[in-house]
Design a protein around this ligand. Sequence first.
Ligand code: DUC
Ligand code: ZN
Ligand code: ZN
Ligand code: ZN
Length: 467
Amino acid sequence: THERTVVRGGLVITAADESHADVLIEGERVVALAATGSDVAAGWQADRTIDATDCYVIPGGVDAHTHMELPFGGTSASDTFETGTRAAAFGGTTTIVDFAVQSVGHSLREGLDAWHEKAQGNCAIDYAFHMIMSDVTEHSLKEMDLLVEEGVTSFKLFMAYPGVFYSDDGRILRAMQRSAANGGLIMMHAENGIAIDVLVEQALAAGHTDPRYHGEVRRELLEAEATHRAIQLARVAGAPLYVVHVSAEQAVAEIAQARDLGLNVFGETCPQYLFLSTDNLAEPDFEGAKYVCSTPLRPKEHQAALWRGLRTNDLSVVSTDHCPFCFVGQKELGRGDFSKIPNGLPGVENRMDLLHQAVLDGHISRRRWIELACATPARMFGLYPRKGTIAPGADADVVIFDPQERYTMSAATHHMNVDYSAYEGREVTGRARTVLSRGAVVVDGGEYLGHAGHGTFVPRATSQYLL
Ligand code: DUC
Ligand code: ZN
Ligand code: ZN
Ligand code: ZN
């Protein structure tokens, strides 16, 4: 349809600008912006008017790191594409980039087909895929070129999880060389998994079985070492590198040093590393299991370095690594052995609001909020300007955000399919009120108006940050 919608009277915020403007939407696209009260804006006839007075009008969030339905540790992440994308919409996120998984002994194609099968027809908002490579072979290296052409333009490799996702340095180098040639972007889980597994075994043998030991064995130095090694390998291959879920101050320093040398190296962090810490991992009665993820939460002192990195652009994207497991029945698999706690935290619904709270707390500016949460992830992963901004021609993924609404985060009220909130009891100010996905109102005033299957697969171009 070519229904015309006007969003009137809000403060439009993009990574580049803030202005009081009305936004004209036709069908699925933004077609024009004009100053509120101007003759141009006053002249727009619309089928539907959305009043955004006293609200921000922002691009829908782009969460470049989610794991809906991820099989992990003998269980599966508890959000399906249906429940997880609905929760994302409630939280003002209108695009996710999820990780399709190649399993050992299988092709990239099989993994990608399986993820299309899970997502197709089930999503509330648009989605794209990265590809996890668990088995770098001659065949899968060739397949990378085909995936880039199909719009799956980024590949995650793991220096952690030996026997599951892990690739050795030779395989990593080969995949990097291939991506240097085909325009793909290598994403790295940078932790020295071989060394970590030794420390896990020793901790368990010493009777150290509680969740807090998960944080202790996954040493900061082993994140920093792997980050350094990944950077050198990328340099040798002549490939760009995106380091996912950076949590340790020493890893930020490695990335900063590489960027100072002029290397095309990028860092991502997640809200859990900015707002939570090893204090949570040490909560009694096995409650710490709720906070087990990898890289792990770090001591509070690391948070200042992460905020600084977000300001200096040594960290340029905030995504969630949303990978929820219920406390009852899933996290509990690791009672008596922290290494059996499925790794991951819920958060796809919380990211935009937590980062807005960071604006109020003086960590980042409003435009930097939109840059970190919308524009840069879209540019990094070839979705911009269709996603990540509000401009003529962009998809009408638009959020009317009420910066005054105060609420308390809780599992009792969130929409993620998981029985706890990592932010239980946390008060934040600011919340998405109305959420449009490609021109359709999917959330309004706490009510879900979308439908499974509205969200479509978005093939991506190569990263705008490639040289
Ligand atoms: N880290 C997590 O916490 N969960 C899934 C995979 C990962 O790398
Ligand atoms: Zn990871
Ligand atoms: Zn992840
Ligand atoms: Zn629809």
